[in-house]
Ligand binder design. Structure first.
Ligand SMILES: NC(=O)c1ccc[n+]([C@@H]2O[C@H](COP(=O)([O-])OP(=O)(O)OC[C@H]3O[C@@H](n4cnc5c(N)ncnc54)[C@H](OP(=O)(O)O)[C@@H]3O)[C@@H](O)[C@H]2O)c1
Length: 317
């Protein structure tokens, strides 16, 4: 008799659990879908970005995500300031864009963010500050970023390599933001996009790329606090979290040579990324990256750690 009562009550409990599970799943799927719909159909106004100012600056602009970002911003009619190491690559990209978008202005600033001589001195970033003088830079894309030449244990990374990574990934983001945020504050408008990485935000660890992941965690933490500090002054600071995008960097570290469903081309990534500028403090703009982020969140951290370590070791060997 008692046993019969228990077995009758089981389905009732099970229904409640299933119902709660169903509601949680609906919430998890519905909110991103609603967000996507609002961004895609209500907030995507071609003039929206120009309201921040008529110029946009992109660091690391001659290749990969940076170049694609610059191209998308040019499509929105913004004048461009392109910053990278290599003058001839900058001139090539600038000529290319100018032919396609004759109505915009393009300025190039050759600058090596990893250069030892420019280390930490006030005025080390003078060339950038000089380059933006008198220009209404409304959008800054802090894109430049580098990683190890191959998977390595922490103790194997030589000092020059890790110093360059810290300079490019941490100092450049911090300095360029410092240089541009003052004038934005003065005008009470601006948008700053800092490119972090799934390596620091989506997965719990990134073994054999520890210093790269740590610098990208800094970018994430910096952006989230700046978002809160400067929202009240009309400046939208956002951290974007790409997962794999088919660029030179990713072909070197992950041997991914072409785009696929989950690995967009830089152009596809940048199109989604530009649509999200100014919308929220942190996002992974490409839909399949968001989906992967969601799925990784369902797996226990120690399983993801083990999986990431095995990938790192395979790449190292
Ligand atoms: N690709 C991915 O899967 C992925 C995933 C997550 C996050 N990210 C992040 O996205 C950003 C862009 O990555 P990407 O894959 O597009 O990189 P990429 O293809 O290697 O392009 C890097 C760009 O930065 C410039 N650059 C490199 N070192 C520089 C230096 N010392 N000073 C000035 N410019 C320099 C390069 O131009 P020059 O050679 O002309 O200087 C190039 O234009 C990085 O911050 C990266 O960490 C990428």
């Amino acid at each position: 008799m008692q046993r019969a009562c228990i077995s009758e009550s089981q389905p009732w409990h099970l229904h409640v659990v299933c119902f709660i599970g169903f509601l949680s799943l609906l919430r998890l799927l519905f909110i991103p879908l609603l967000k996507w719909f609002i961004i895609r159909f209500l907030l995507t106004n071609p003039k929206r970005l120009k309201r921040y100012g008529s110029w946009a600056m992109v660091t690391g602009a001659t290749e990969g995500i940076g170049r694609a970002f610059a191209y998308e911003l040019a499509k929105h009619g913004l004048n461009l300031i392109l910053v990278s190491r290599n003058l001839s690559k900058l001139e090539y990209v600038s000529d290319d864009f100018q032919q396609e978008f004759p109505h915009i202005k393009i300025k190039i600033i050759p600058f090596d963010f990893s250069s030892v001589e420019k280390k930490c001195v006030e005025g080390g970033y003078g060339a950038i500050e000089e380059g933006i003088k008198g220009l209404e830079v409304g959008i800054l894309i802090n894109n430049v970023g580098i990683t190890y030449p191959r998977a390595m244990f922490f103790h194997e990374v030589d000092q020059l390599t890790w110093t360059k990574i810290l300079r490019v990934n941490l100092e450049a983001t911090t300095w360029v933001t410092r240089s541009l945020i003052g004038p934005m504050l003065h005008r009470r408008r601006g948008a700053i996009v800092n490119i972090s990485s799934g390596a620091a935000v989506v997965v719990p660890s990134h073994p054999l790329y520890a210093i790269y992941a740590a610098t990208k965690a800094y970018v994430d933490a910096l952006s989230r606090s700046l978002h809160v500090e400067y929202k009240q002054f009309g400046i939208d600071v956002q951290c974007q979290v790409p997962l794999y995008v088919a660029t030179r960097m990713v072909s070197e570290v992950a041997a991914i040579d072409k785009p696929s469903l989950f690995v967009p081309s830089p152009e596809v990534y940048a199109k989604a990324a530009v649509e999200q500028i100014g919308i929220g403090s942190r996002c992974s703009p490409f839909w399949a990256h968001s989906l992967q982020w969601f799925l990784v969140g369902l797996v226990p951290d120690n399983l993801v750690d083990t999986w990431r370590l095995s990938i790192g070791l395979r790449r190292r060997s």
